[in-house]
Ligand binder design. Structure first.
Ligand code: S6P
Ligand code: ZN
Length: 188
């Protein structure tokens, strides 16, 4: 039997960097501009093309018996009145759950089932959000500093962006009169 050697990674709790850095993905607005409901605002912001979020994953074998884990940072900001957010995805292996531990910042986690049932729960420092099997998930930064969270999920879960790239998600999170407001997505 060949065993995987136990090992540590570290989160720099001041700068929220993973050490060692792992595999990083940076998403700019141009990677997901058609997901924002206000397409005119998205087009305007494309000139600047801000970095919306980045995430860094610890390298482990992507098998059912391993646990992938990563740290994601969503920058503060809005496209029109809709807050910066991740693309959102189902897992390719749909029957796999995930846990998000929020380390810093404030936000909302927008979830939905393949049938379109929606659920939105808060994220704040110390919240442990449970994403049950089958639920698509997207995170939204509603605060004025980065939203940072640590996620753990089954190694073979994978990402399925397909239907969300086509029609985004049922609920949107916008600022209305200085407050965070959850609304039906008019384009869904
Ligand atoms: C993976 C987990 C997170 C997200 C990351 C970026 O299952 O849910 O690591 O991948 O927050 O979001 P997205 O929607 O672009 O993959
Ligand atoms: Zn996931």
């Amino acid at each position: 039997m060949e065993y995987l050697e136990p090992f540590n990674s570290y989160i720099d709790m001041e700068n929220w960097k993973l050490e060692p850095e792992g595999e990083g993905i940076i998403r700019k607005l141009s990677d997901m501009d058609d997901m924002y409901y206000d397409q005119e605002a998205a087009k305007e912001s494309l000139e600047e093309d801000p970095i919306i979020y980045e995430f860094y994953t610890v390298k482990v074998p992507e098998t059912a018996s391993n646990l992938l884990h990563c740290i994601s940072t969503i920058n503060p900001g809005k496209i029109g009145d809709e807050y910066f957010m991740t693309k959102g995805h189902f897992h390719e292996v749909e029957d796999t759950a995930e846990i998000y531990l929020t380390l810093s910042g404030e936000g909302q986690m927008v979830m939905e089932t393949p049938e379109g049932e929606a659920s939105v729960i808060e994220m704040k420092k110390g919240s442990i959000s449970y994403i049950p099997p089958y639920w698509a998930h997207r995170t939204v930064n509603t605060g004025d500093k980065p939203l940072v969270f640590f996620a753990v999920y089954r190694g073979d879960a994978g990402h399925d962006y397909g239907s969300i790239e086509e029609k985004s998600m049922a609920k949107i999170v916008v600022e209305e009169g200085g407050e965070v407001s959850i609304k039906d997505n008019p384009n869904y």
